[in-house]
Write a protein that binds this ligand. Sequence first.
Ligand SMILES: C[S@@+](CC[C@H](N)C(=O)[O-])C[C@H]1O[C@@H](n2cnc3c(N)ncnc32)[C@H](O)[C@@H]1O
Length: 200
Amino acid sequence: MQTQKKYNWAANIYDLYEAPIEKLLFSKLRNIAIKAATGKVLEIGIGTGKNLPYYPPEVELVGIDFSRGMLSKAQKQLDHINISKVELIEADIQDTDFDSGFFDAIVSSCVFCTVPDPQKGLNEAFRLLKPGGKAIFIEHMKSEHFYVNIFLYMMNFMSSIFLGTSMIRETQKNIENAGFKIQDVKYYVSDVVRIIIAVK
Ligand SMILES: C[S@@+](CC[C@H](N)C(=O)[O-])C[C@H]1O[C@@H](n2cnc3c(N)ncnc32)[C@H](O)[C@@H]1O
């Protein structure tokens, strides 16, 4: 099954399934990172909208996702949040119709583990960011440590079957290869989960 269809199928149970790791870790990382987004912001792979409560109210947010099922969950959150302008659009980050440099900031959390061609998606994200714009990534990836990677390879077997999610992508390298200049990296769960702040 294609990744997009897997997420349409999983949308109803996604938040429940992710609840423990959200409570233990990701809610804290969202709280640290997302408030740095300003101006016209593109959130890539907005999913069920878990970052929405963490944005400053004055951002103009465009959230895209290629799963209609996930987007419909995010839509339901909009009544409960305090952002002046939000638009949710069904779109694939591997190939979008937005003008180059249209966004002041881009945000992704747990997305480039799943985008079918992550380098293509990151190249497109780079194109959409204005020169000098900020990119905020909260992503998990392959570790620099051999023993951690043994565990990730075992998890990868299941995660790639169920959600098309890879545990062993080299996302920080892919971000750099797309042209982003990394300014800061914070490491969690050894070095598997990272908040990466970059600029164009
Ligand atoms: C693991 S979920 C993370 C959702 C959300 N960002 C979060 O932090 O909870 C990955 C999301 O990325 C979306 N996605 C994956 N590949 C995509 C693509 N090529 N274009 C747009 N969205 C994509 C999936 O549909 C899914 O909603």
